[in-house]
Design a binder for this molecule. Structure first.
Ligand SMILES: [Zn+2]
Ligand SMILES: [Zn+2]
Ligand SMILES: [Zn+2]
Ligand SMILES: [Zn+2]
Ligand SMILES: [Zn+2]
Ligand SMILES: [Zn+2]
Length: 381
């Protein structure tokens, strides 16, 4: 960049209500936003004004290009829809825009390419014409000499046939003088010199100059959102770039996609709609990561709280397909429970005892009752 470069600092005044803009763009279907606060940080983009001088033949043509660079990409710029104000930003406070300038230079090359190509084509055609003219002019003269030489040679041959020695030497002198007069070598050099000159005249000289850099500052809004999904609380930091009209910061914790609609999982994870599921047992919302268990009896997708491992067969089952033994605190799946022939209930298979009366296996409760009956019987007998 040239030393005497001109830098202008401007800023955009967006006439917007940041929180409204945020609410328009994001939603929390299974939770409530409790609090939103925001601050501003500065975003920047640049306008580079270049002049390009096309210097060729007798012409000097100057064109101007304004190139807008945003996030290191050239954008179709038009600032007329924004309210632009003078910014009191100092050069030291502005971020380094060297890379943006390089991108702009590349874009400039693209923009002037077509004109450069067209001018080059015209110049090449023109040069060919000029060269033809030169060739023609030199050609006529050369032909004249050649014709003279041909005639003399013919004469020479004839004299030789007739043996007229004196006339031969006379013709030889004539040839020598014509050769000297035409001086082929110098002649050819003259021609080449003229062609070279035309080449130089037809060169296209393209010169780019950075005339002005405009640094445009604008506010990016950074929000902190407190969301409540009973009994959980969660905070998000979300950015809104009013120039790109883009929201960032909301990501699904399961698939890592950027999203605008966030579901809060019962374990507190943020997830997108596709990754948000219900436990088919307790019906609470969960994310994909949290809803990995499947009941091996009924195939329902169930959450951790609703999954139980059978103490006997180790199958993972949902609560509706299990029973808890109140004394041991152990869970059993339905197929591992045993029916007690006395009370007809499904009971823990490991607690059955042999009845002293009937010799059948009966459940612990029934066994206890039998024993108590026996004791009472003994007391009364
Ligand atoms: Zn997802
Ligand atoms: Zn559940
Ligand atoms: Zn989760
Ligand atoms: Zn089940
Ligand atoms: Zn079991
Ligand atoms: Zn029983």
């Amino acid at each position: 960049m040239e030393k005497e470069e001109i830098i202008n600092f401007m800023k955009i005044d967006f006439n917007i209500k940041p929180i409204d803009e945020l609410n328009k763009r994001i939603s929390f279907p299974n939770s409530q936003i409790k609090k939103i606060i925001f601050r501003e940080r500065s975003g920047f983009f640049y306008k580079f004004t270049f002049s390009t001088t096309f210097d060729y033949l007798e012409n000097k043509e100057v064109i101007f290009n304004e190139i807008y660079i945003f996030n290191l990409k050239s954008i179709e710029g038009d600032l007329s829809e924004y309210v632009l104000l003078e910014s009191n930003l100092k050069k030291e406070e502005a971020p380094n825009f060297k890379n943006a300038y390089f991108v702009a230079k590349e874009e400039l090359k693209k923009r002037i390419q077509e004109k450069t190509n067209n001018l080059s084509k015209v110049l090449i055609l023109n040069l060919e014409k000029e060269k033809e003219k030169i060739e023609k002019r030199f050609g006529i003269e050369t032909k004249g000499f050649q014709k003279e030489l041909e005639e003399i040679t013919n004469k020479l041959m004839e004299f030789a046939r007739k043996g007229e020695v004196e006339k031969i030497s006379e013709q030889k002198k004539l040839i020598q003088s014509i050769k000297e007069k035409s001086n082929f070598l110098a002649f050819e050099q003259d021609k080449l010199r003229e062609i070279r000159l035309e080449h130089q005249k037809h060169l296209l000289n393209v010169e780019n100059k950075l005339e002005k850099t405009t640094v445009i500052q604008y506010p990016i809004y950074v929000f902190t959102l407190d969301v409540k999904a009973e009994p959980l609380k969660k905070s998000f930091v979300v950015e809104f770039d009013p120039l790109a009209k883009e929201i960032s910061g909301l990501t699904c914790e399961s698939c890592s996609n950027k999203v605008r609609e966030i579901f809060i999982c019962s374990s507190g994870h943020a997830s997108c709609k596709r990754c948000s599921l219900n436990c088919e047992s307790c019906n609470k919302d969960f994310c994909k990561k949290c809803l990995k268990n499947v009941c091996e009896v009924c195939s329902k997708k169930i959450c951790k709280d609703c999954s139980v491992r059978c103490f006997r067969c180790s199958k993972l089952v949902c609560k509706t397909h299990t029973k808890k033994n109140l004394i041991s605190g152990r869970f059993y799946c339905n197929s591992c429970l045993k029916r007690c022939e006395r009370c007809a209930e499904m009971k823990d298979p490991f607690t059955f005892r042999v009845s002293k009366k009937t010799n059948a296996e009966i459940c612990e409760d029934c066994f206890r009752k039998e024993m108590q009956g026996k004791v009472i019987g003994e007391v009364f007998n």
